[in-house]
Write a new protein. Structure first.
Length: 605
C-alpha cells in the first residue's frame, strides 16, 4: 500500500495521469511495477517484445532507432515504448540507461485497457496515429462569422411601398423592423409576394400589417448548425441575430448556402470574372481570412492547402487569359506549370511563386519574345496578388525557365547526368512540377522520361537522398527543441524549413525511387507505402507525424490572422500547452528516424 501511495504521488505530477479521477488513478497505480537499470544497461532492443509502457521516475534514457542513431534523450516523467505497444507489441526503437535509472512499467494489458476505457488517455498516446476526420465547418463556425452586420431596418410605421423600395435599392431580401432599439418584426420578399401582391393589399399601409411579429432570433455566439436547425424546423429563410436585446446582424439561407462552399465558391466566381489584376488582388486579399475559416472548421491540413492552392491556380489561369487578351493568342502550344508548394498543392498563408513556361519546339524567335512578355505579365500579376517573386528567381519571367520543350529535356538530362549541388537543388524543385494551364502533352512525356532516367541513375538518387537530409527536424537534447538562437525569430522553430520540408524531401525521394508521378507529399507517401518503397509501419508513422506538424503550422498561421498579424512560419514552442509540445516533438522524432532509415538504406546500396 505504501509503495502504491508513492506511485500515486508521482503519477499526480505527470501527464496524462494528473487529470485522472482519484479512483481511476488509484486503480491504475496498482498496475505499475518498479524496475531499475544500471548506467549503460539496455532496457530493451529494437524488435524485442515489450513488457509494457515505461515511465521514467529517475535518471535518463537514450532512445536510438534501428540504425543506432539517437532520436531522443528522455528524463523524469517521460514515457517510452508506446509506439511499439500501439502497433504489434514489439519495440520500434532501442532504449538504454544513460545513468542509473528507475522506471515504472504499466503492463501491456493494462495499458491497452486504459486506452480503450479512457478517451483522454488514448488521445495522449495515439499521437495522431489515426488521421482525424474533418468536421463540417458549420459544426464549429460561430454565427458572428456568418451573419451580415448592420442589417437594413425600418420602423413599424414605414409604408409597405417604402419598405419595398428599400429592399430594391439596398438589394436585400429582408428588412428588420425596430421600435426604438427593440426588434419587433421582420419583413421579407416572401411577405411582399404572399401578403401584398397575392392579396392586393394597399401598399400605402404600414409594414406592421404584414411583418412577422416577434420573429425567431439567434445569438451571435450560436453555431452554424443551430442556424440550420432553426431555419429548417421553422421553414424560414431569414434569422435576425440579437445580443442583449439589440439587433446585431442577419443570417439567411443564402449565407448558409455560400458557406457550404467554404466561401470558395464566391471567390472562384469573383476571380473568374475579374477584368484586371487589381480585381484579382482584391479577391486574394481575402486569403488570410479564408485560411482562418478553413482551419477553424477543423479540415485536414491537406484539404486546407488544396483549397488555398486552388485559388492560386485560378488566379494564374485568369492572368494568362488577361495576358492573351492583351498580347493576342499564343502562336504555338505552351504549358504553364507550377513547382514548389503550388506544384504540390501545399500552399499556406505564406507562399511565394515558383513556376515555369514550356512551349513547343516549333517556336520562332518572335514567338519566344511573345512568351517572355506573357510570362512577365503573369509573374508581375501574381506578385501584385500576394504571391511574391521567388527569391531564387525560379519563375517563368526568368529567361532560363521560359524555354522550348527541347531545352527542358536537356535540363533534366544534364541534372541527372551530372548531379552537382546546384543540379540537385534545381531538380528537387522541378520534380514537383504540375500543369496549371495550356497543353499538357508538353509535360507528360517530359515527366515520364525524367522519372525513368533518374530512378535508374544510382549516383543521382544518392545525391537526391543526401540533399533531402540537409533539412533536419528541430530536435534538441533533454526533450527540448532546437530553436533559432538569434535575430528576429529568436526562440522559435521554423515550421517550414525544419518542420514540413524534411517530410516533403522524403516524399520526393520516395516518389523518385518508385517512379511515382504524383506531386503532393501526402499522396507520395501513401503511394510509396502501396508500392513497397517504404514499409507500412514507417510510412504510417511518417504520415501521422506529417499530419501533426503540418496542422500545427496551419493553426499557428490561423491564430496570427485572428490576432490581426501577418502569418508566418515561426512558432514559439513555449506558446503551446505541454501536451501539444510533447506530441509535436514526438512527431519530429519520427521524421528524424525516417531520415536515418533512408540514409542507412542509401549507404547499403
Amino acid at each position: 500500500m505504501k509503495n502504491a501511495d508513492k506511485i500515486i504521488a508521482f503519477l499526480q505530477t505527470s501527464h496524462p495521469y494528473d487529470v485522472l479521477a482519484t479512483a481511476e488513478l488509484d486503480t491504475l497505480a496498482r498496475a505499475f511495477s518498479r524496475k531499475t537499470y544500471a548506467a549503460g544497461e539496455t532496457i530493451y532492443a529494437h524488435g524485442d517484445m515489450l513488457d509494457g509502457l515505461y515511465l521514467i521516475k529517475d535518471g535518463s534514457v537514450e532512445i536510438t532507432d534501428v540504425n543506432g542513431a539517437q532520436v531522443s534523450l528522455l528524463q523524469k516523467s517521460n514515457h517510452f515504448g508506446e509506439r511499439g505497444l500501439l502497433r504489434d507489441g514489439f519495440a520500434a526503437t532501442t532504449a538504454r540507461a544513460v545513468d542509473a535509472v528507475t522506471v515504472l512499467v504499466l503492463p501491456l494489458h493494462d495499458f491497452r485497457a486504459e486506452i480503450d476505457r479512457n478517451p483522454a488517455f488514448a488521445r495522449y498516446f495515439n499521437r495522431g496515429q489515426a488521421r482525424p476526420q474533418s468536421a463540417t465547418g458549420l459544426m464549429t463556425q460561430r454565427v458572428s462569422d456568418l451573419m451580415a452586420r448592420a442589417p437594413i431596418t425600418c420602423t413599424p410605421h414605414t409604408t409597405i411601398a417604402d419598405c419595398a423600395r428599400i429592399m430594391r435599392d439596398r438589394k436585400v431580401s429582408s428588412v428588420a423592423v425596430l421600435e426604438g432599439d427593440e426588434l419587433v418584426g421582420l419583413v421579407t420578399v416572401r411577405d411582399m409576394t404572399s401578403k401584398v401582391l397575392a392579396e392586393a393589399r394597399d401598399i400605402s399601409g404600414p409594414v406592421s400589417g404584414i411583418m412577422t411579429k416577434a420573429p425567431i432570433s439567434v445569438e451571435s455566439a450560436a453555431l452554424g448548425t443551430d442556424v440550420i436547425h432553426i431555419l429548417l424546423e421553422n421553414q424560414i429563410g431569414h434569422l435576425p441575430v440579437v445580443d442583449g436585446g439589440a439587433l446585431v446582424g442577419m443570417v439567411t439561407q443564402s449565407d448558409i448556402t455560400r458557406y457550404f462552399g467554404s466561401s470558395q465558391t464566391q471567390m472562384i466566381f469573383d476571380l473568374s470574372t475579374a477584368e484586371s489584376v487589381a480585381d484579382l488582388a482584391a479577391v486574394t486579399a481575402r486569403l488570410p481570412e479564408f485560411l482562418m475559416q478553413l482551419v477553424g472548421a477543423h479540415l485536414a491540413h491537406d484539404v486546407v492547402t488544396r483549397k488555398v492552392t486552388d485559388v492560386a491556380d485560378i488566379v494564374t489561369r485568369r492572368l494568362i487569359a488577361l495576358a492573351e487578351r492583351e498580347f493576342g493568342p499564343a502562336p504555338v502550344p505552351f504549358l504553364w506549370a507550377a513547382c514548389g508548394s503550388q506544384g504540390r498543392r501545399e500552399q499556406t498563408g505564406v507562399s511565394d511563386q515558383d513556376n515555369c513556361l514550356i512551349f513547343d519546339n516549333a517556336a520562332t524567335a518572335d514567338d519566344m519574345v511573345y512568351f517572355r512578355k506573357l510570362a512577365r505579365f503573369v509573374c508581375d500579376g501574381l506578385d501584385t496578388c500576394g504571391y511574391v517573386y521567388c527569391p531564387g528567381e525560379m519563375m517563368a519571367m526568368t529567361e532560363r525557365w521560359c524555354q522550348p520543350l527541347s531545352v527542358w529535356e536537356s535540363y533534366f538530362e544534364g541534372w541527372i547526368r551530372a548531379p552537382d549541388n546546384q543540379a540537385q537543388m534545381l531538380a528537387s524543385v522541378m520534380y514537383d512540377l504540375r500543369p496549371i494551364a495550356g497543353d499538357e502533352r508538353l509535360f507528360r512525356p517530359l515527366q515520364a522520361a525524367a522519372l525513368d532516367a533518374a530512378s535508374k541513375n544510382s549516383i543521382f538518387v544518392a545525391h537526391m537522398i543526401a540533399n533531402s537530409l540537409k533539412h533536419t527536424p528541430p530536435l534538441g537534447l533533454l526533450r527540448g527543441f532546437a530553436t533559432i538562437r538569434s535575430g528576429e525569430h529568436r526562440n522559435t522553430i521554423d515550421m517550414k524549413h525544419n518542420g514540413v520540408v524534411p517530410i516533403v524531401d522524403l516524399g520526393r525521394v520516395y516518389a523518385l525511387q518508385g517512379k511515382l508521378d504524383v506531386a503532393n507529399t501526402r499522396a507520395r507517401i501513401d503511394a510509396a507505402i502501396e508500392a513497397g518503397v517504404v514499409s507500412q509501419t514507417g510510412g504510417r508513422d511518417l504520415l501521422a507525424a506529417y499530419d501533426m506538424i503540418a496542422a500545427a503550422r496551419l493553426e499557428h498561421q490561423a491564430a496570427q490572422v485572428r490576432s490581426g498579424e501577418k502569418p508566418d512560419n515561426y512558432l514559439t514552442p513555449s506558446s503551446l500547452p505541454a501536451f501539444e509540445r510533447s506530441h509535436l516533438r514526438d512527431a519530429f522524432v519520427i521524421v528524424r528516424t525516417m531520415q536515418s532509415s533512408l540514409s542507412s538504406s542509401a549507404a547499403r546500396t
